[in-house]
Design a protein around this ligand. Structure first.
Ligand SMILES: Nc1ncnc2c1ncn2[C@@H]1O[C@H](COP(=O)(O)OP(=O)(O)OP(=O)(O)O)[C@@H](O)[C@H]1O
Ligand SMILES: [Mg+2]
Length: 257
């Protein structure tokens, strides 16, 4: 398959089962969102898809090649949940460093740096050391580094945390353009209006896939009125088999109607 195929992937950390038998298919040129409560396994799954963590069982195929694969790693852009930048380098130097890691040099490197810098709106601050960046600026530069080598597969772990709504909107427009060009995008988010911008979603809880489909499908499956209510319904539904939780869930469901 041309996009990403995740087959029966499980992962545990000691006794903690972080992922249980996850299977997902992400077509090339689409934006796929992973949603679910904190600790449900989103970061663990994207790290496995990037090759940064090894699953205990199951297979991942990207662009038709089974992981681990160096050639696929070179075609993948990854933005971690916490920014991994060099604080004593400027934004431009960070971009240059990551670009060179992927073999970019000369005019090509300069052009890519200027493209990704303007994409994330950092033109005025690109020559400042990143230790002096705000949280949102760090986040934006981190996204820029994930895009520097024009990857065929883009994996973004909560990329727009700390980014203001105007820039967030622009970044989403760009993600849609990249997807149209054939880039396969896997993204995690807690923001429901972003989830609605994904072509398809998987709702995880306790390391399992509860539901997949478009945001409309998930809303329908949850019997909710919008994505946020669907998220709450899936996130709480039968998660703790206590009567008060069930009562609360049923009450919420009642309120949704
Ligand atoms: N290196 C690790 N060692 C032990 N446990 C881990 C490790 N990494 C993750 N976990 C556990 O695996 C589970 C899933 O964590 P993960 O970071 O994937 O969640 P998440 O869905 O990304 O959460 P959030 O929305 O808060 O980012 C959690 O219970 C977490 O404590
Ligand atoms: Mg996470």
């Amino acid at each position: 398959m041309n996009g990403i195929s995740i087959q029966n992937v499980s992962k545990s950390f000691g006794k903690k089962q972080a992922l249980s038998d996850i299977s997902l298919r992400i077509p090339a040129g689409s934006i796929f969102g992973l949603i679910g409560p904190s600790g449900c396994g989103k970061t663990t799954l994207v790290k496995i898809v990037c090759g940064l963590l090894k699953q205990n069982s199951g297979q991942i195929e990207i662009l038709g090649t089974e992981l681990p694969s160096l050639s696929i790693a070179e075609k993948t852009g990854y933005m971690a949940q916490s920014a991994a930048l060099y604080p004593n380098l400027t934004g431009r130097e960070n971009l240059s460093f990551f670009g060179r890691l992927y073999g970019l040099t000369g005019n090509e490197l300069r052009d890519r740096i200027s493209y990704v810098t303007s994409l994330v709106g950092l033109e005025d601050d690109i020559d400042i050391r990143t230790e002096n960046y705000s949280g949102g600026m760090n986040q934006r530069l981190s996204l820029a580094t994930a895009l520097i080598h024009d990857p065929a597969v883009l994996i973004l772990d909560e990329p727009t945390v700390g980014i203001d709504p105007v820039l967030r909107h622009e970044i989403w427009d760009e993600l849609h353009d990249l997807a149209k060009k054939g880039v396969t995008i896997l993204i995690t988010t807690h923001v429901m209006d972003e989830a609605e911008k994904c072509d398809s979603l998987a709702m995880l809880r306790d390391g399992k896939v509860l539901a997949t489909g478009s945001s409309e499908t998930l809303i329908r499956k949850a019997g909710a009125k919008d994505s946020e209510q669907a998220f709450i319904a899936f996130g709480t539904q039968l998660s703790k088999p206590h009567s008060e939780d069930l009562a609360e869930h049923n009450k919420q469901k009642g309120e949704l109607k």
